[in-house]
Design a protein around this ligand. Structure first.
Ligand SMILES: [Zn+2]
Ligand SMILES: [Zn+2]
Length: 297
């Protein structure tokens, strides 16, 4: 038994059947703590943003991947979204640098992203339930899955985490804790689009509020001088949140472009992974990044 599995003593939530495990609790404390440490000095910011992806990858590679289904990444997503929203609405908006309509556009994109993420998970749950109840051994028209021990429809692939075959499987997204397949791909793409806009736009609004901005075109501002953000902890937290949002937003844009490219090619990332190496054009960057961001490409 793995060391983290020993600590994974489910403690019953009073009066409910919900269980909580240690690996899912870590991000509740780690994300806000890392943000506060990063907000101390520029040196701390750089160290935290460089070491955190490496540490999360180390944790995933050595501990989390041995757990059957960890909520670590999903809780990380929820805590990050709540933290960034709170920092924006409690600290950035009262600075009165942001117009009400700019805040409204930001909130619409955040709500759109959360709603599409929720639908992605809902459709994934239905997909795994249907797969579990539907096809019995020998049914279906495709190849025999040796793990499920049943015939599955064409273009269905097995997910070890969901423990079933998923139609049009792309990969298991750890950050949403569900499989991405043909039934929820459109909601996943909408989630990526809304979230990417919300993260990048929120980052820009925050940066231009806490740093000295300059006018790019009309009402479009860019941050200019951010040298004095570390004098106040709340302003430094806004600055750190803005960098975090920008980085996450850019990663989401990469994933969105990657999926649109796969749709254009008429394939899925699961199928491309099974192709010979010579047929992988332009995927080397995403492939090398994917272990860090823990989405199995
Ligand atoms: Zn299977
Ligand atoms: Zn899965």
């Amino acid at each position: 038994m793995h060391i983290l599995e020993k600590f994974r003593m489910p403690c019953a939530w009073r009066g409910s059947a919900k269980q909580i495990s240690v690996d899912a609790v870590i991000p509740l404390f780690a994300v806000p703590a890392l943000a506060v440490i990063a907000a101390q000095t520029l040196f701390c910011t750089i160290i935290i943003f460089v070491t955190t992806p490496v540490l999360v990858h180390y944790l995933h590679h050595n501990f989390l991947r041995f757990l059957l289904r960890t909520k670590f990444f999903f809780v990380w997503t929820i805590v990050s979204v709540i933290m960034l929203m709170l920092v924006f609405e409690i600290t950035v908006v009262p600075l009165l640098e942001i117009l009400p309509e700019e805040n409204l556009v930001f909130i619409i994109c955040v709500v759109g992203g959360i709603w599409c993420g929720y639908l992605t998970r809902l459709k994934a749950d239905r997909m795994t339930q249907n797969a579990g109840q539907g096809l019995e051994l020998g049914e279906g028209s495709g190849e025999l899955c040796l793990i499920c021990r049943r015939r599955t429809p064409p273009r269905a692939y097995h997910c070890r985490t969901c423990q079933t075959c998923i139609l049009g499987r792309e990969y298991h997204c750890k950050w949403l804790d569900c499989c991405i397949g043909s039934s929820n791909l459109r909601w996943y793409l909408a989630c990526l689009l809304f979230s990417a806009i919300a993260f990048i736009y929120g980052s820009n609004l925050t940066m231009t509020s806490v740093c000295h901005p300059f006018i790019l075109i009309a009402t479009v501002l860019l941050p200019d001088d951010c040298s004095d953000v570390y004098y106040q902890l709340d302003i430094a937290l806004c600055f750190v949140s803005a960098i975090y949002s920008l980085l996450v937003g850019l990663v989401l844009v990469c994933y969105l472009i990657y999926h649109l490219w796969l749709i254009y090619l008429g394939t899925t990332s699961n199928e491309r992974r099974n192709l010979p190496p010579s047929s992988h054009y332009g995927e080397s960057v995403l492939k090398s990044l994917s272990p860090i961001f823990c989405c199995k490409v």
